[in-house]
Design a protein around this ligand. Structure first.
Ligand code: BES
Ligand code: ZN
Length: 584
């Protein structure tokens, strides 16, 4: 095989990169990085070396002696970007590429001061997963190849640069500051990450601190204060934490995801700041990736479920350890609902509902869904039930231990299961999860008294007394289970009694707004419109724009709201909403 990853120009007959030294000057005025990347190869080599790039302007390529190396930058291809082919002269072990990024670099969002909490300083952040690292650094942008790196970011002196790496030092020189970082553990390129802004930090424990703009720092520190306990619970379950620190960065609202597991520095949406720690399962999820994903990685996007399915499984185990089985079951029940919705959504593309996907010609951002998360979770739960928890726990530790700092395919995973849990795959009909569409009929279903009570409501409006101990997860489950066709009157009663339109919990609010929009309950429109200007998290934008655009009156409103706020959204989110509106 020459090109093992359908989303990378990487050719496996060519040398692999071992490490990167990256120097970049951050220019907020032109929205460019002026950069230099030195790639060190695993061995001295000759001949062509193909690198991934997107929208990079290449200035020069030289070897370790400064001698120019011939190179060719091909015209961009859809999904991939442009191949940069460098001709290595015999014995080349190191090459340095001078280049600058484009203001449209797909991994970067440049925020104006008005888009930040403080309103005074600009902000820049990266989001490289799945295949955006190539818009920041020319490299072999495939999770099969891990690199260690050293980085030096030059930024305006008033700002702080943070990276998902170990901090080495900061030096101020005139109006600029140089911040140095080093990542001694090898990482897949999608985990390269940094942010630059007016940032401050607060300690949460001996291995954790939270970074945020000063305006939200206290709030963030309170919301995430249990992170140390989470870290200890996770180590108990999955083995020693290998990344030394687990710091958190509270992002500006336009961050398009709930969280991103950048090693040593998880990025989190500020929409988690509910004031009552009710949304910290996202932190548990990103922490879990320190094992499932960052240590043991999917070989290509076609095996993405190995990252996310395992991580949802691990996340719920952490939740169970910290908050008990009942809470973990509620989360599992919510996951099941999400999975059913996703199956509905992909009705026309059943092949994308198998865990092992085939993505030649498909952009991983387009294929993204909750299916690898929740169907993957169900497969692992089924295996756990089939062999019993003690045996599955032992298997999990062994699996992680055996594949540390490696990338795996689904086929390698099944071979490993067959070896260590013989017969288990057949017993749960793993084939139905891995290679067939839909949800297997035998998939495990969470059961508890509390869940049964929840299921009995349907469209009945609960009394104040009945909801007095409901957690946000129960509210979500209740709201998401309201039958289609529930009358507007029910929504009016619910809002009169529980002021759901004023909910401070983003998950509850979105469940509420989506259900009320679907029912055509007009008072939801105003809050929806305002909320769409406050958040950029795709998980919220997609269903809200989808629900708005589903009615003929809503469609025009959705367009005008989008036109008003598109500038605020991350380019990835903007594309996602655009395609929802175009489909409607
Ligand atoms: N790694 C993902 C986010 C991601 C996936 C970014 C694919 C780009 C491409 C992260 O770990 C994640 O899954 N985040 C979830 C939260 C989680 C609790 C399910 C999210 O953002 O909603
Ligand atoms: Zn994840």
């Amino acid at each position: 095989m020459a090109r093992p990853d359908p989303h990378s120009y990487n050719d496996d007959t060519q040398p692999e990169t071992e490490s990167l030294t990256w120097k970049a000057r951050v220019d907020f005025r032109t929205r460019r990085l002026h950069a230099e990347a030195t790639l060190t190869l695993k061995e001295a080599s000759a001949g062509p070396l193909d690198l991934d790039t997107r929208d990079l302007e290449i200035r020069s390529v030289v070897d370790a002696q400064g001698k120019p190396l011939p190179f060719l930058l091909s015209p961009p291809e859809p999904i991939f970007g442009s191949r940069l082919r460098v001709e290595l002269s015999p014995g080349t072990k190191q090459l340095t590429i001078r280049y600058r990024t484009s203001p449209q670099a797909s991994a970067l969002q440049w925020l104006t001061p008005a888009q930040t909490a403080g309103g005074q300083y600009p902000y820049l952040f990266s989001q490289c997963q799945a295949i955006h690292a190539r818009s920041v650094v020319p490299l072999q942008d495939t999770p099969r190849i891990r690199i260690r790196y050293k980085a030096e970011l030059t930024v305006p002196k008033e700002l702080k640069a943070v990276m998902a790496a170990g901090f080495v030092g900061r030096e101020e020189q005139g109006v600029e500051a140089v911040e140095r970082y080093e990542m001694p553990q090898p990482i897949p390129p999608y985990l390269l990450a940094f942010a630059v802004g007016r940032l401050a930090a607060k300690e949460l424990g001996s291995r954790s601190r939270v970074w945020a703009e000063p305006e939200v720092l206290e709030e963030a520190a309170e919301e995430f204060e249990d992170v140390d306990a989470m870290l200890r619970a996770a180590e108990e379950l999955f083995g020693t934490y290998d990344w030394e620190r687990f710091d958190l960065l509270t992002m500006p609202p336009s961050f398009p995801y709930g969280g991103m597991e950048n090693p040593r520095l998880t990025f989190l949406t500020p929409s988690l700041l509910a004031g009552d720690k009710s949304l910290v399962s996202v932190v548990a999820h990103e922490l879990a990736h320190s094992w499932t994903g960052n240590l043991v990685t999917n070989a290509t996007a076609e095996h993405f479920w190995l990252n996310e399915g395992f991580t949802v499984f691990a996340e719920r185990r952490i939740i169970e350890a910290l908050y008990g089985e009942e809470v973990a079951k509620l989360h599992a029940a919510l996951g099941r609902r999400v999975l059913e919705d996703a199956m509905q959504h992909f009705k026309a593309h059943p092949q994308l509902t198998a865990l092992r996907t085939h993505l030649t010609g498909v952009d991983p951002d387009e294929a993204f869904s909750q299916i690898p998360y929740e169907k993957g979770y169900l497969l692992l739960r089924a295996l756990e039930e089939a062999v019993g928890r003690p045996a599955f726990d032992a298997f999990l530790k062994r699996y992680l231990e055996a594949h540390r700092f490696q990338a795996l395919t689904t086929e390698q995973f099944t071979a490993f299961v067959e070896k260590h849990l013989p017969g288990a795959l057949a017993k749960v009909d793993a084939e139905a999860y891995l290679n067939k569409p839909g949800i297997p009929g035998s998939a495990p279903v969470p059961r508890s008294e509390r869940l049964e009570r929840m299921a009995s409501y349907k469209a009945k409006v609960p009394t104040k007394d009945e909801v007095k101990d409901w957690t946000p997860a129960e509210w979500q489950l209740y709201l998401q289970s309201l039958p289609h066709g529930t009358s507007k009157d029910v929504f009016r009663q619910l809002d009169d009694r529980f002021q759901l339109t004023k909910s401070q919990n983003a998950e509850v609010l979105v469940s509420w707004l989506v259900a009320s929009l679907r029912a055509g309950w007009a008072p939801a429109l105003g809050r929806t419109e305002a909320f769409l200007g406050e958040v950029g998290r795709m998980k919220y934008l997609k269903p809200l724009y989808g629900a708005l655009a589903a009615t003929s009156e809503g469609k025009a409103l959705a367009r005008s709201v989008f036109n008003r706020y598109a500038e605020r959204y991350h380019p990835i989110a903007r594309n996602a909403v655009e395609s929802i509106l175009n489909r409607a």
